[in-house]
Design a binder for this molecule. Structure first.
Ligand SMILES: [Zn+2]
Length: 331
């Protein structure tokens, strides 16, 4: 059995898996992404490489590797705009410290294995088509709700190799500042970053909320997970924040339905646990705005790959590139 390593370098954590050729996850692990705290490029590169070396040196990984016929390579998904051919990061709005890093060259040199690099949400979309909720569907978009908001498109059964920076379409003219340099981007209204920003700005204005008592009173330590917890506890500000996320996602999705004529929208990413808090508002908004003819049969699905979508998709893309089937349908 052939195996591949899948790496998903996100704005908060880096997920590492070993996947079989059939898309089965044999082993997985999670580390904080070095670029979140570290700003020095050399140190970030060393840490990315060392984290993978440590993972591969663990007894459980050694066992999986010893039982495999070969390690086919390393597939990497990374949050940001990438140069697919060179396997280089052009611009990562939420992790500017990694801009310019040539991941393909770095990992090929260190591990002497074939390496592919793709945008994390594109990799996620491929994962959904390969072994997830998109199996059997040929036209769908995947939105990844994490630190940022990513997008990936499967068009006519294949991964569309464009940027698909769904999170950076303008939704509100002169709206909130965005890390990409523009303002009013969808991501500034529907992402982990947006949830935290929205919570802090409301609390600064004196809105009453259970959130003001969390983190030992330091509201600048609020995380999207904490807002979710408080929403579950019935906190009205936290609930309102998630409803807003749903509303803005719905607007974005209506635009995408009108543009792309897709059969489904699959929503995944690290914050998918909050699904129940935003899905009603999202569906209502999307149906209200999109052309009826185009939107009636569109399914809004929850990812089945959850937190491993990016890494499993990255591993799948590696297998696919080696098989020379990158321009063929994923089976
Ligand atoms: Zn933006």
């Amino acid at each position: 059995m052939k195996i591949a390593i899948g790496l998903d370098i996100g704005g908060t954590n880096t997920k590492t898996i070993i996947a079989s050729e059939n898309g089965e996850i044999l082993l997985s692990s999670k580390n904080p992404t070095p670029a979140v705290m570290e700003k020095n490029k050399d140190k970030i590169q060393n840490q990315l490489v060392n984290n993978l070396k440590d993972f591969l040196n663990e007894p459980s990984a050694k066992k999986v590797i010893s039982e495999a016929s070969e390690i086919s390579g390393i597939g990497i998904g990374v949050a940001g705009l990438i140069d697919r051919k060179l396997g280089r990061i052009i611009q990562s709005p939420n992790m500017p410290a990694i801009n310019g890093i040539a991941l393909k060259e770095l990992f090929e040199k260190e591990f002497s294995l074939p390496v592919t690099v793709e945008n994390d949400a594109n990799a996620y979309a491929y994962g959904e088509k390969w072994v997830g909720a998109g199996k059997g569907l040929d036209n769908f978009i995947v939105l990844t709700l994490g630190t940022g908001l990513g997008g990936g498109l499967i068009y006519k059964g294949r991964l569309y190799e464009g940027p698909m920076e769904v999170g950076h379409m303008t939704i509100v003219p002169s709206g909130r500042y965005c890390t990409c340099g523009s303002s009013g981007c969808l991501e500034s209204y529907a992402s982990g970053r947006a949830i935290v920003d929205r919570a802090i700005s409301s609390l600064e204005k004196g809105t009453e909320s259970l959130l003001s008592k969390c983190c030992d009173g330091n509201i600048y330590k609020i995380t999207p997970e904490i807002v979710f917890e408080k929403a579950l506890d019935g906190d009205s500000l936290s609930r309102e924040i998630f409803r807003e996320v749903g509303q803005f996602l719905g607007i974005g999705i209506a635009n995408l339905i009108n543009l792309l004529g897709i059969d489904a929208v699959i929503i995944g990413g690290g914050l998918i646990g909050g699904w129940d808090m935003f899905i009603e508002e999202l569906s209502k908004e999307a149906q209200k705005r999109a052309f009826k003819l185009l939107s009636t049969d569109v399914k809004i699905l929850k990812s089945t790959l959850s937190k491993n979508g990016g890494s499993i998709g990255a591993a799948g893309l590696l297998f696919s590139s080696l098989a020379g089937v990158s321009d063929q349908k994923a089976s």
